[in-house]
Design a binder for this molecule. Structure first.
Ligand SMILES: O=C(O)CCC(=O)C(=O)O
Length: 227
């Protein structure tokens, strides 16, 4: 039977002070490979799997198996303890890098894209990720800071960014993961990712949640699922 993962006071403190926390092996590797296969088939059906390595599904159109996966107790139990008791799932995105789509994401935080109330996302590792194949980098504590946003169509995928010189004095942390690990992070936490230099697949699935009790002025989401 599935049980709520243990979240200690120290974990909550780490999330609140650093703006992120990693939980090891929330999902088993077989489940992650099954999710990856569903995503690959869905993307192939939708658009032939070429182009950018980011795809987003809102809560009303996402594959129900994946929706149930990102709303189950493993994630919901942690989101409730780290962030808020009463939570809604909003959307999820696949971010894949491979031999053809190998870029690192530039520094940014997700609030730049969304606005509104503060949110939390879960970066779910569908593959092992290391500095060589494109794992995440975060700036601990950056969720409480203010940054200048640059908007550009330079480079792949990410329109809104924070310039490297604006974070040069802030120690970033590289967060390698094993398949099935999950990194929970605030939408104000500044993050980026390494490029994939291996030619091997690096897939992540990133689900996003908000408090059901806090008014949200963002116009990004029209549907949600109460956890
Ligand atoms: O998974 C990655 O490479 C980075 C994804 C990311 O930064 C984002 O989707 O906001």
């Amino acid at each position: 039977m599935m049980t709520t993962p243990t979240v200690t006071d120290r974990d909550v403190q780490q999330y609140q002070s650093a703006g992120y926390i990693k939980f090891d092996r929330l999902y088993d590797p077989e489940t992650m490979l099954a999710w990856k296969s569903r995503l690959q088939k869905q993307i192939a059906r939708d658009d032939g799997a070429d182009g950018s390595g980011v795809r987003v599904w809102m809560s009303d159109v996402i594959d129900p198996v994946l929706r149930d996966g990102v709303c189950d107790l493993r994630i919901a139990g942690i989101v409730r303890q780290l962030y808020d008791d009463d939570v809604e799932f909003l959307s999820a995105k696949a971010v894949f890098k491979n031999a053809g789509v190998d870029y690192g994401s530039p520094w940014h935080h997700d609030y730049m894209y969304w606005g509104g109330s503060n949110k939390l996302s879960a970066w779910i590792a569908l593959d092992d990720a290391t500095p060589d194949n494109g794992c995440l980098k975060v700036i601990p504590g950056s969720h409480t800071m203010t940054f200048t946003q640059t908007s550009t169509d330079r480079g792949p995928g990410f329109i809104h960014r924070i310039e490297q010189e604006d974070v040069a004095d802030l120690p970033g942390e590289t967060v390698p993961v094993n398949r099935g690990d999950v990194i929970f992070f605030s939408d104000r936490t500044v993050h980026s990712s390494h490029p994939n230099q291996t030619g091997e697949d690096r897939w992540s699935f990133i689900s996003t949640y908000r408090s059901a009790c806090v008014p949200d002025s963002s116009d990004v989401w029209e549907t949600s699922v109460r956890l």
